[in-house]
Design a protein around this ligand. Structure first.
Ligand SMILES: Nc1ncnc2c1ncn2[C@@H]1O[C@H](COP(=O)(O)OP(=O)(O)O)[C@@H](O)[C@H]1O
Ligand SMILES: [Mg+2]
Length: 223
C-alpha cells in the first residue's frame, strides 16, 4: 500500500518476474526466484496467478477461452476438459453462464472477475492483484473485496493486493507493507489496523487520509 507513484506496481512486477531487481533477490518459501535456473523459475511462475490493473483480457476471445488459455499452454487437458475447468473458475467468481461472452459485452466489474478467474486457472498458491478496485464503483469494489476474502479462505491461496484504497485495505488485509513515496522504500509493515495507531507518521497519515489520530476515530470513518 502507499500513495500514487510510490512504487507499488514496480514492486509487484519484481515479485512476478516482469522486472529484475537491481539489488537483492526475491524468495518464495525460502527458494530464490531471482537466482533460479530457467526451468525452476518457470515452475515457480506456474504457482503464481496475476490479475493486472486493467483486467487485460484478450478482447477477441470469449471468457472461457481467456480462462482456458494457460490450461491449453501448460496442461495436457483435452479441449472439453479445459472448457469444464474454465466454467468452474468462472462460476467461482459468479460468472456461470457467461462462458461465451466477449469481454466488451460485460461490465467493468465482471471483467475484473473474469480476469480473476483467469488468474486462478492453474490453481496458484499466490495470487497477485494490482489495484483490483481501480475504475470500479464503490459497490462493485466492495463485492470484489468480499470475493477476494472468499477465495483466500476457500482456496487457501496467499493473496497479494497492491492498492491505495483505504476501504479495501482495512477490509481485506491481515498484513501489509507501506511504500513511502519520499523514501522510495518500505518504511512500515504489519496489520494496517495496528499501523493506523502505531506506525510512523507517514503511514498513519496515509491510513487516516491525512489526519492521523491517536484515538483511532478515523478508522471507522475510513471503512
Ligand atoms: N524504488 C524505486 N526507485 C526508483 N524508482 C522507482 C522506485 N519505485 C518506483 N519507481 C519509479 O516510480 C514510478 C512510479 O512507480 P509505480 O510502481 O508505477 O507506482 P505506483 O504503482 O505505486 O503508482 C515508475 O516510473 C517507477 O519506475
Ligand atoms: Mg500502480
Amino acid at each position: 500500500m502507499g500513495g500514487s507513484g510510490c512504487g507499488k506496481s514496480t514492486l509487484l512486477n519484481h515479485l512476478i518476474g516482469l522486472l529484475e531487481p537491481a539489488k537483492g533477490e526475491i524468495l518464495y518459501d525460502g527458494t530464490s526466484f531471482t537466482k533460479a535456473a530457467a526451468d525452476q523459475r518457470e515452475a515457480m511462475l506456474r504457482r503464481l496467478g496475476v490479475l493486472f490493473q486493467s483486467g487485460a483480457l484478450w478482447s477477441s476471445m470469449t471468457l472461457a477461452e481467456n480462462v482456458g488459455l494457460s490450461l491449453q499452454q501448460y496442461t495436457d487437458l483435452s479441449p472439453s476438459q479445459i472448457r469444464e475447468v474454465a466454467s468452474l473458475k468462472l462460476a467461482l467468481v459468479g460468472l456461470n453462464g457467461f462462458e461465451d461472452y466477449y469481454p466488451n459485452e460485460i461490465s467493468g466489474g465482471m471483467q475484473k472477475r473474469a480476469g480473476l478467474a483467469r488468474a486462478m486457472a492453474l490453481d496458484p498458491e499466490y495470487l497477485f492483484f494490482d489495484e483490483p478496485s481501480a475504475g470500479l464503483d464503490p459497490i462493485s469494489s466492495r463485492l470484489l473485496d468480499e470475493l477476494i476474502l472468499e477465495l483466500r479462505d476457500s482456496l487457501g491461496a496467499t493473496i497479494v493486493v497492491v492498492t491505495h484504497e483505504l476501504a479495501s485495505i482495512f477490509a481485506i488485509a491481515n498484513t501489509s507493507v507501506f511504500l513511502d513515496v519520499e523514501a522510495r522504500t518500505i518504511t512500515a509493515r504489519g496489520d494496517p489496523k495496528e499501523l493506523l495507531h502505531s506506525g510512523n507518521d507517514a503511514v498513519r497519515r496515509f491510513l487516516s487520509r491525512g489526519a492521523p489520530s491517536e484515538t483511532g476515530g478515523t478508522h471507522e470513518q475510513a471503512r
